[in-house]
Design a protein around this ligand. Structure first.
Ligand code: FES
Length: 171
């Protein structure tokens, strides 16, 4: 270091030169106010943060709808060819309810037309948004029905795969 011998102790500051005013009050106030702001705004925005996250979760839900639809299509396949069993119906009802739940979501509504400023300039987006808005009115019903039916579908498939029950063939 320039002007200082390495290893030499710093001379003590004379008491007369130490600050006696409340110099720490301003930085402390800034830290307290900023911390309070961050804590309060996080608390106040908490549900909305989840709401925002849920917007992106919607895209993930779409992937599940594709997989479940594919599974439901495969449920028409029997060892001797095409057929319909109770399991086929169960899987299709499950997909329909889950799709109803997913496509009636507010996020879907937003994707379809939520950010369109002038609907008259985007008639297809308007139609899509309008259809999803109608679906959206039944979102809670889809939510409850799909919630229950997902469990029942899993149970049915599990019992059939374990050989506890047989999948009754209808067609
Ligand atoms: S799951 Fe999106 S609004 Fe309910």
């Amino acid at each position: 270091m320039i002007g200082q011998v390495v290893g030499q102790a710093r001379p003590p500051i004379a008491a007369a030169h130490l600050r006696k005013d409340a110099w720490w009050a301003l930085p402390l106030t800034v830290v307290v106010v900023l911390t309070a702001f961050v804590v309060y705004s996080t608390w106040a925005a908490f549900p909305l943060i989840l709401q925002n996250f849920h917007r992106y979760a919607w895209y993930v839900a779409l992937i599940f709808i594709v997989f479940l639809t594919w599974d439901a299509i495969l449920a028409f396949r029997f060892p001797d060819g095409f057929g319909i069993g109770v399991g086929t119906l169960v899987m299709w009802i499950n997909v329909i309810l889950l799709a109803g739940y997913t496509f009636s979501c507010h996020s879907c509504r937003h994707v379809c037309g939520g950010h369109v400023d002038i609907f008259s300039k985007a008639p297809r987006r308007y139609t899509l948004w309008h259809v999803v808005s109608r679906l959206n009115e039944h979102h809670p019903t889809f939510a409850w029905l799909s919630l229950v039916f997902v469990g029942l579908t899993d149970l049915y498939i599990r019992l059939v795969s374990m050989g506890v029950i047989r999948d009754l063939r209808i067609l």
